[in-house]
Design a protein around this ligand. Structure first.
Ligand SMILES: Cc1cc2nc3c(=O)[nH]c(=O)nc-3n(C[C@H](O)[C@H](O)[C@H](O)COP(=O)(O)O)c2cc1C
Length: 310
């Protein structure tokens, strides 16, 4: 995906927008967004596909005319993403959908991840979702109203959307008990900060990262929020969040010239906090080659770094 602006600037610019001006998006802009739909692939190998639906004439006036139960107002276009069901499909989807969202932000458009309560069939039928596929999320696309709607403000307030957890609650050094400081993150300070600023369902921020001492290896974990999986059964929203986190981290690292790859290692950190699952590790490439054997996709495990054991 090509971006006009710096990814750091785009990530800082983005925020969820839920009310839109009636003005449609210019066809050239929609074309520029569509140009980024091809060539994307998730870190686990899954490829999502995307379409933009025109919602003009979807029964103005009725509360759920847009299929979002009144949370989105005035949108004329919706970005819809679809992926084949499979292992880590949600992480792969989150990783790719977020890259399209960031491209829309880059083009000056408002967006909002909608993965929770919306009428999936309203979007699945016109988008042509097949039996082996799933539609995890949609987003309105358009020019946001200068002032947020009351509904938008209430949702933001209830999710606490304006703030993020501090570093000490998210990033750790060697184990889950030692906080990682911005100084000890070194050249990975910005990739971690951009991960931290990412959107997440209900702003729960379920991502946790443990840095290996003395090496630029970052183990990514999902810390599930209590009871959250029971709320929305259709998709695993917190796995989407992890895919978003991986995209922010990687896009920022690449922009800063920090080469590396996602790999499956066996960090076996203990004690592991409750409801915490290992996802993947980022292995930075040193000038003399990668710091461990990286693995793209699912096929085999790379050896664990010495300090963490197998
Ligand atoms: C996977 C995912 C699903 C989301 N689902 C919804 C949703 O169904 N409805 C909604 O209004 N916002 C939804 N959001 C938006 C979040 O509430 C929002 O990203 C979070 O509160 C942080 O605010 P920000 O995006 O303005 O930074 C979702 C976000 C993510 C990442």
């Amino acid at each position: 995906m090509d971006y006009r602006k710096s990814i750091i600037e785009i990530i800082r610019d983005r925020s969820s927008r839920r009310s839109y001006l009636p003005q449609p998006v210019e066809p050239e802009k929609l074309g520029a967004l569509r140009a980024g739909f091809t060539g994307l692939r998730g870190p686990f190998g899954g490829e999502a596909r995307f379409t933009i639906l025109d919602a003009t004439g979807w029964g103005e006036g009725k509360i759920n005319s847009l299929g979002t139960y009144g949370t989105i107002q005035g949108a004329r276009h919706f970005l819809v993403g679809i992926i084949r069901r499979g292992d880590h499909d949600m992480e792969d989807f989150g990783y790719q959908f977020e890259q399209v969202i960031l491209r829309a932000t880059d083009l000056g458009l408002g967006t909002c991840w909608i993965g929770g309560i919306f009428s999936r069939s309203r979007f699945a039928d016109p988008a042509g979702v097949r039996e082996d596929e799933i539609l995890p999320a949609i987003s309105p696309l358009g020019y946001p109203t200068p002032k947020r709607s009351v509904t938008d403000s209430i949702i933001r307030w209830s999710a606490g959307s304006r703030s993020r957890r501090p570093w000490r609650e998210l990033f750790f050094h060697g184990d889950f008990e030692t906080a990682l400081t911005e100084e000890s993150a070194g050249r990975y300070r910005d990739p971690l900060e951009m991960l931290r600023l990412g959107p997440s369902a209900s702003n729960r921020q379920p991502w946790r990262v443990v840095k290996e001492p003395h090496q630029d290896i970052f183990h990514l974990y999902l810390r599930r929020s209590l009871g959250y999986d029971k709320l929305i059964k259709a998709v695993d929203l917190q796995r989407l969040d992890l895919g978003i986190a991986m995209s922010h981290f990687e896009l920022t690292a690449r922009e800063l010239g920090l080469a590396g790859q996602w790999a499956r290692l066996s960090p076996s950190l203990s004690p592991l906090p409750e409801r915490t699952e290992y996802v993947r590790s980022w292995i930075a490439e040193r000038s003399d080659g990668p710091t461990a054997t990286p693995e793209r996709g699912e096929s085999r495990s790379a050896p664990a770094p010495a300090s963490l054991g197998a």
